[in-house]
Structure formats: C-alpha cells, structure tokens
Design a protein around this ligand. Structure first.
Ligand SMILES: Nc1ncnc2c1ncn2[C@@H]1O[C@H](COP(=O)(O)OP(=O)(O)OP(=O)(O)O)[C@@H](O)[C@H]1O
Ligand SMILES: [Mg+2]
Length: 236
C-alpha cells in the first residue's frame, strides 16, 4: 500500500505540489490527471525520492520512507518510469532488459522474464540486438515499461506513458499496463494528461490542478460523469 499524507514539493519559490493525500492499495491502479505544470511529475518524483519532499509524509506498506533516499526506496520495490524516455541508449534492447531484471526481485528466471516481454511486445524481440537509442519513440516507451515491470515492483509509477505516441502505440502500451496491473498485484500509479485513457484502465482517479487535488473518485464514476470531457474546460 502507498500512502501520501499532505505531500508538498517546492522548487525555490515555486510550489509544485501543495499538500496532497491519497491511499493506493495493492492490485489497484490510480490515475493522477492534470494539465501541463499541474504537478504530476513532481508528485511522482517525490514519491520515488528523486525530488525532495518539502512537507508531509510518504508511506510504503506502512513504512515511513519520507527521509529514505531514492535507491533505498527502489530496493523496497518501487519502480519509476520517468517522463522523457530514460533508458540506456548505448545498450541493446536485451541488455536494457537484463540490467533491469538484475535490479529486481528475480523471482522469474531471466530468460523466462525476457521471453514474457517479447511475447507481449514482439517488435522488441525483432529489435533485441539493436541499441535502444536507435528505436522509435514508441519502441523506446515499450522498453522503458518493460524495464520497469521486469523488476517485478510492488509499486509502479508511470509518468505520461502515452506522451507523444501515435494512437495505435498508445493502445498497445495501455494494454500492456492493464495486463500487468491485473496479474502482478502491484500498486500502480499513472500520471496522465489523457484523462479518458487513464480513467479507463484505473480504479480511482485524482485530478491535480496547480498542485492540489480538486476532484477524486472511482474512475468508472468519473468517466460516467464525463469528467474527462469537462476537464479541459474546468479543471485543467
Ligand atoms: N526542476 C524544477 N525547477 C523549478 N521548477 C520546476 C522544476 N520542475 C518542475 N517545476 C515547476 O513545477 C510545476 C509543476 O511541474 P511538473 O513537471 O510537476 O508538472 P506536470 O504536471 O508533470 O506537467 P507536464 O504535464 O507538463 O509534464 C511547474 O510550474 C513547473 O514549472
Ligand atoms: Mg510531467
């Protein structure tokens, strides 16, 4: 379980996150929705420990990790797929996957874990010996997601997995995320501007506006209420 209590993030005078609280349970997916600059990335970054926590506290399975460095949170089972396609560009697809696996729980033997990824993203098998830096944006996003999930995390943070991708690729990426969330039992948090997309795959949704949650609820209900459509007008 992931719990945030009145979490705050600041960059000098800029207050990016101004006191947000949430509880996310294992086996559920939570969508954090918001426009450019709403504070989505800052929130995910402070959960993983990459951005300093200015106030409030963060708990992973009831353990207060607020003062614990990022690498230690990673060892507690937290994986963060950041915005901007972070991967090892000089390493091949397969080398990226092997490296990511080596940082994980290693519950599934490496060859089986890699074959599982290739079965879900066949294009990655075709490109297994290609340096990741030469892949298309969509293929790089597949590698990033694969690297995050092959570690078998208990907490998976995904920052705008659909960003800049063609609709067909977005569909594949989201199918992968949905399938992973269902079978893994992990606590999954997705930050997205594409509200409809994220609400369709999540259990609960939170709308972040200028660093505060302005709306929250069951994703199904938020969708039914047409929140995604009204977001651009009133909340984003
Ligand atoms: N390293 C930084 N230094 C100073 N200000 C920052 C930094 N990172 C983010 N900010 C500011 O904090 C606020 C929230 O930014 P953040 O990147 O968290 O938003 P976001 O919701 O992820 O937006 P986007 O959808 O564009 O990725 C913005 O006003 C942004 O300019
Ligand atoms: Mg962002």
């Amino acid at each position: 379980m992931l719990e945030l209590r009145e979490v705050k993030v600041s960059y000098g005078a800029v207050e990016a996150v101004r006191g947000v609280s949430l509880i996310a349970k294992p086996g559920t997916t939570t969508a954090i929705l918001g426009a450019n600059g709403a504070g989505k990335s800052s929130l995910l970054r402070t959960i993983s420990g990459v951005a300093p926590l200015k106030g409030g506290s963060i708990f992973l399975n009831n353990q207060d990790v607020s003062k614990i460095p990022a690498e230690k949170r990673a060892r507690l089972g937290l994986a963060h797929a950041m915005e901007g396609r972070r991967l090892f560009r000089q390493l091949t697809v397969e080398e990226n996957l092997r490296l990511a696996w080596s940082f994980g729980t290693q519950k599934t033997p490496q060859p089986a874990a890699i074959e599982d990824i290739y079965a879900r993203f066949p294009i990655l098998k075709e490109k297994s010996a290609v340096q990741a830096g030469y892949l298309s944006g969509g293929q790089q996003q597949m590698v990033i997601l694969s690297c995050a999930t092959i570690r078998d995390p208990s907490f998976l943070l995904l920052d705008e997995p659909s960003l800049g991708l063609a609709p067909i690729i977005v569909t594949q990426i989201y199918e992968f995320i949905t399938s992973y969330a269902r079978r893994s039992g992990a606590t999954v948090i997705i930050a997205e501007q594409m509200a409809n997309l994220a609400l369709r795959v999540s259990d609960r949704g939170y709308v972040l506006r200028r660093g505060k949650f302005v709306l929250e609820g069951e994703s199904r209900k938020l969708l039914a209420d047409g929140v995604a459509n009204s977001l651009s007008a009133s909340y984003l």
